[in-house]
Every structure is written in C-alpha cells, then in structure tokens.
Design a protein around this ligand. Structure first.
Ligand SMILES: Nc1ncnc2c1ncn2[C@@H]1O[C@H](COP(=O)(O)OP(=O)(O)O)[C@@H](O)[C@H]1O
Ligand SMILES: [Mg+2]
Length: 420
C-alpha cells in the first residue's frame, strides 16, 4: 500500500486519516478528522512516485527514499512543498482553499487545509456533460479574483484545469492544488515549488517551452511565465467546461485561428471572444493581468448595461408622453359628453324662447304706441333670455359636475380621470 491507511493518526493523535481523496505525481491528498473538534480537514502528503520514477517508497507509515542519491532531490522537494504550504497559508481569499498548518512526520511533510465538501469540475462534467454558459461564468467569476490574489503575491498557479477547481453544493468555487505553482522571490529569481505539471490543452506555449528547456536556459525561459500563462489555462478550462472537448493546442490555434474552436451555438459571442483572447498562442496578445480581463469585460458589460437602461428610459418616457396626450384627448371628448353640453345650441334656443316671451310681455305692458317701445323690447328680450338661459346654465353646470363625479367614482382607475 502506497498511502496511509484509514485510522492512521498524525501529530500525536491530532489528526486521523479517513480516506484518500486523490493521488498525483507529487502528493497524496487525504480526508482526515481533526480529532479535538471532530472537524473534517484535507491533508496533503508529499509522496513522489506517481510517474514510475519513484524516488521514495513507503514502509508502514514511513516514507523512505529509495537510495541516498535521491535523498538530496527528495529534500529539495520537501523544502519546496513547505514553501507551497506557507505561500498558500499566507493567501487569504474565499475562493482559495485555506491552508492551516504545515508539519513534518513519517520522513515526509504534510499540510492541513479546509476540507471542501464538494467535487472537482472534472468530476462534475464527467457526470453531467458540458456545463451551461451561465454556470461556467459563475465559477470563473469566482476563480479569477482568487487567481488575482495569488498573482498579486507573484504566485503563478501553472496547473489550472477543471481537476483543480472544486465546487461545493452552494456553487462556491475554490482554486486548489498549487503543487506546480511558482513564485517570484523578492530578488527577482523564480522558484518552482514542485516539479512542473504538463496537461495537454491547458498548457501555454511558454510553459511547454520551459519544460523542454535545459538547465542553462531555464532562468531565461522563466521570464516568459506570468499571469498570462495562468490566463491561458483559465481560457482552456472555460472551453473544456463549455464543450466537454479537449482544448485545441496552441499549434492548432496558430494554424486555424478561430476555426480551431468548436463552440455550440448557444455560447454568447462575448464569451467566445474572451476565451479566444485568453488562449492567444502569443502571450503578448493575451490579457496581461486578471485586471485587464475584469476591466474589458466589466466596461463592455457596463456600457451595454447603460445603453440598455438609457434606451429603456427614453422609450418609457416617449410612451408615457404619447399615452398622456391620448388620455387628454379622450378625456376632452368624454367631458363634452358629461358636462360641456352646457354650450349646446339647445340652451340658446331656450334662452331665445325666454327672450321672445320677454318681448310679448314688454308689448303687453308698454302698448304699441309707447315711444320707448324699441329699447324696452330689447331690455325685455335680454331679461327674458337671461331669466331662462342662466338658471338652465347653472343647473346644467352642476349637473355636469355631478356627472363627472359619478363617472370618476365608477371608473376609479381610468387614466382619463385626471384630465376631467
Ligand atoms: N481541500 C480539499 N478538500 C476536498 N477535496 C480535496 C481538497 N484538496 C484536494 N482534494 C481532492 O483531492 C484531489 C487531488 O488533490 P490535488 O490538490 O489536486 O492534488 P494532485 O492533483 O497533485 O493529486 C482533488 O482533485 C480533489 O478531489
Ligand atoms: Mg490536482
């Protein structure tokens, strides 16, 4: 058995191994229990040996180096493993797995992390097939800031792929496995925490070049590595999650351009463009920092957003104006029906009848020979007219008001109400 058995304890009984979570070329990850608090943790153990050129073996719980010539190499890896743990412990980001403790035991080294109760995105697509664009963006939008936090400390992950992103059941995404990560020391020299990983499809050209580099050329080749190297892998990861296809190699992208990619038609052109930009074979054509991605994506989406809002606002205002005019016109017609019939000619006819009665009364009173007959009849007509027309007018006025009031009561939500 190459791994620790369930029930094995570490740190004098502080941790109890439960099961193996994963085994890579440079380490074994276990699910364990922190006994005092009965809390689940993940513990990674340095164990080199996945790829056949094992320099260590296990005897009981002990990891033993196969021969003394390998001892130095193993010690170097152990020092780097410790560095990886310390770097991770110093990175505090909700989307980076939290590292709590580092210790040496059993002839090897361990670090203790939060246990993520979830699965890797590889497991998820193996089970569900390709993921929806909105889900992929949801995860990547969490991974990018986490990566940015690492990049700000000059730590490049260098092994980003669906296997190394975990999601829990609440949809929270975590970047794990900084096993291949590199770090720029303050002096400007670069150190590799462990041997480099190489996953076809996810590996930017400058990283493949570095892997093929001789020792002399290594430092030079390292200068090509930077945030853009991780950005390439994030693009490749997005592509894999969206299509469930192995991402095209840089060579193929160089040869075929956009045709190297086969997206399904429901992927938005902005996401396609983003992936193609991130996966540019020439590192200088890629986004140079996570910030650049955020800025571009944010600005384009914010511009789009604003436009939509402005357009929507303008449309709404225009429609509101049109509606108001229509309601005002319709209300006028309605008002004439309910009230303004006051000015209807029939009331003048009534007034005229009153006037005629006034004239008849005038002639009767004055007689036809009265010298003041004409002015008298004019006064009599006006008086007769007003005596009939005015009370009718007042009556109709109040009747009209009453009609409007009743109509409004019967139509409380009619938009014409306010113009009546
Ligand atoms: N903190 C963690 N919580 C839960 N599972 C983990 C955790 N870290 C790693 N794993 C599981 O172990 C597997 C291997 O871990 P990883 O760190 O990627 O090492 P490697 O790829 O070198 O074996 C992961 O794919 C994941 O399934
Ligand atoms: Mg891994």
């Amino acid at each position: 058995m190459q791994h620790l058995q369930p029930g094995t304890t570490l740190q004098g009984g502080k941790y109890r191994i439960e099961q193996v979570l994963g085994q890579g070329g440079f380490g074994i990850t276990y699910l364990a229990t922190q006994v005092s608090s009965n809390r689940q943790v993940a513990i990674k153990e340095l164990f080199i040996g996945g790829s056949g050129q094992a320099i260590n073996d296990r005897r009981g719980d002990q990891v033993v180096v196969t021969n003394s010539a390998n001892q130095q190499s193993f010690n170097q890896q152990k020092a780097k493993f410790k560095k990886e743990a310390l770097r991770l412990a110093n990175l505090n980001h909700p989307n980076l797995v939290k590292v709590h403790e580092f210790f040496e035991e059993n002839g090897t080294a361990y670090y203790v992390m939060d246990f993520i109760d979830g699965e890797s995105l590889r497991t998820k697509i193996n089970r569900e097939g390709k993921l929806s664009e909105s889900l992929v963006l949801k995860y990547i939008n969490q991974i990018l800031p986490a990566l940015d936090a690492a990049h700000k400390q000059s730590i490049w992950h260098l092994d980003i792929k669906p296997e190394n992103i975990m999601v829990d059941r609440y949809g929270h995404a975590y970047m794990i496995d900084f096993g291949a990560s590199k770090h720029v020391e303050r002096t400007g020299t670069l150190t590799t925490s462990l041997a480099l990983a190489y996953t076809p499809g996810y590996c930017a050209t400058e990283l493949t070049d570095l892997l093929n580099e001789s020792e002399e050329g290594f430092a030079e080749a390292m200068r090509e590595i930077g945030p853009w190297t991780d950005i390439y892998s994030v693009g490749a990861t997005m592509y894999n999650l969206l299509t469930d296809n192995i991402p095209p190699s840089s060579k193929r992208i160089e040869r075929n351009g956009r045709n190297a990619f086969t997206f399904s038609s429901d992927v938005s052109s902005s996401t396609k463009d983003l992936i193609i930009w991130m996966m540019k074979p020439n590192r200088e054509e890629r986004p140079q920092s996570i910030n650049e991605i955020a800025r571009r994506s944010f600005c384009s989406s914010c511009r789009d957003g604003e436009n939509t809002i402005i357009e929507r606002k303008r449309d709404t205002e225009e429609k509101k104006k049109k509606d108001e005019e229509k309601n005002r016109n319709e209300a006028y017609v309605l008002r004439v029906q309910l009230d303004e019939n006051l000015y209807d000619g029939k009331y003048f006819v009534l007034g005229a009848i009153g006037g005629a009665l006034g004239i008849i009364a005038g002639i009767k009173i004055l007689g036809t020979n009265d010298p003041g007959l004409i002015p008298g009849l004019v006064v009599a007509f006006i008086s007769g007219f007003l005596a009939v027309w005015y009370p009718v007018r007042i009556y109709v006025h109040f009747k009209g008001k009453d009609n409007i009031k009743k109509w409004k009561e019967q139509h409380p939500n009619d938009p014409r109400s306010k113009y009546l």
